[in-house]
Design a protein around this ligand. Structure first.
Ligand code: PLP
Length: 302
């Protein structure tokens, strides 16, 4: 059967799935999204993703278009119809269709819901074995990067610059020279004394669901960690670096701009975190963010 998409209450062939030209997502990027990874047919961190989705909607005063239980049912049904074993589910909710006008329309406008899936071979390529390059670029985004909106043009510009430089990702840098995050991932380093460091989840970054799972794993494994900003210079002279997202897990970074990190090979702590995270995705360990809420401040493990 051909791949299907879900659009506003209907399962339709992916190739002809469409929304109205006056959908505010299309006109104003007035909407939010989530990407949930599927491993072995199971959605990873489904509840934390739905928590973050509801938070993004709340921040933008968009109504939740259906109950969480119904949303979950639709997600499962699409994964089932498309027989996804390994891949991702993309879900987008916009404010809905209304005559083009910047101000929010009235509450009678129904939010639009779109879902698609894609198969992915997570083992393809050598990024986990060899590590990747990132470049650094100025962070030109707005001041509410904690909301997962579909307004991603600066991220697209950054990711294109990375690809043109032969890099996997671009780490964005704020006006103080501190790394915020990647264009579609969170940034991490390991200091010389073995402490894991990532930027605190405030308005300057998206609080990654993978980020939260990694912090929990660090806590469980007794790995010291700090949530604090770090500079580009500190990253370049770090012992290890990696970048995390639902679809890239914890991808080792071995080059930042033109500087090789340590010996140019993925670091051992990164490898340990990746192994733990993959075990978690395969259901081989209980850790993760199931009990954690996005925004919950992680403690420093000692
Ligand atoms: N930061 C940005 C800007 C992102 O777009 C993403 C994922 O799309 C992430 C971080 C990582 O978030 P998650 O781990 O939930 O995939």
């Amino acid at each position: 059967m051909a791949r299907q998409a879900y659009v506003n209450g209907r399962y339709v062939p992916h190739g002809s799935a469409a929304v109205h030209v006056e959908d505010r997502g299309y006109q104003f990027a007035d909407g939010v999204y989530e990407v949930v990874t599927i491993v072995g047919g199971r959605m990873i961190d489904e509840e934390p993703h739905l928590d973050r989705l509801e938070r993004s909607l709340r921040e933008l005063e968009i109504a939740m278009p259906m109950s969480r239980a119904v949303l979950r049912m639709v997600m499962r049904e699409l994964v089932r119809r498309n027989r996804v074993q390994d891949g991702l589910l993309y879900m987008q909710i916009t404010r809905g269709v209304a005559p083009r006008d910047h101000k929010y329309p009235g509450a009678s406008v129904t939010p639009s819901v779109v879902m698609t899936t894609r198969q992915i071979d997570f083992t393809a390529g050598a990024k986990f074995e060899e590590g990747v390059k990132v470049i650094t670029i100025p962070d030109i985004r707005w001041q509410r990067c904690d909301i997962k909106t579909v307004s991603l043009l600066p991220n697209c510009i950054g990711k294109t610059a990375a690809a043109r430089a032969g890099a996997y990702e671009a780490w964005q840098v704020d006006a103080d020279g501190m790394v915020t995050e990647g264009t579609s991932s969170n940034a991490w380093i390991v200091t010389k004394d073995g402490t894991l460091v990532t930027r605190p989840a405030e308005h300057a970054i998206l609080n990654g669901i993978t980020r939260l799972s990694i912090l929990r794993i660090a806590e469980e494994e007794g790995i010291a960690f700090e949530e604090r900003p770090f500079s580009v210079e500190e990253a370049k002279s770090a012992r290890e670096a990696f970048t995390s997202s639902a679809t890239s897990f914890a991808t080792p970074v071995v080059t930042i701009d033109d500087r090789t990190i340590a010996n140019g090979k993925p670091g051992s702590l990164t490898q340990r975190i990746l192994d733990c995270y993959l075990d978690y995705c395969r259901g081989l360990r209980q850790s993760g963010t199931a009990k954690g809420q996005p925004g919950k401040k992680a403690r420093r493990a000692s």
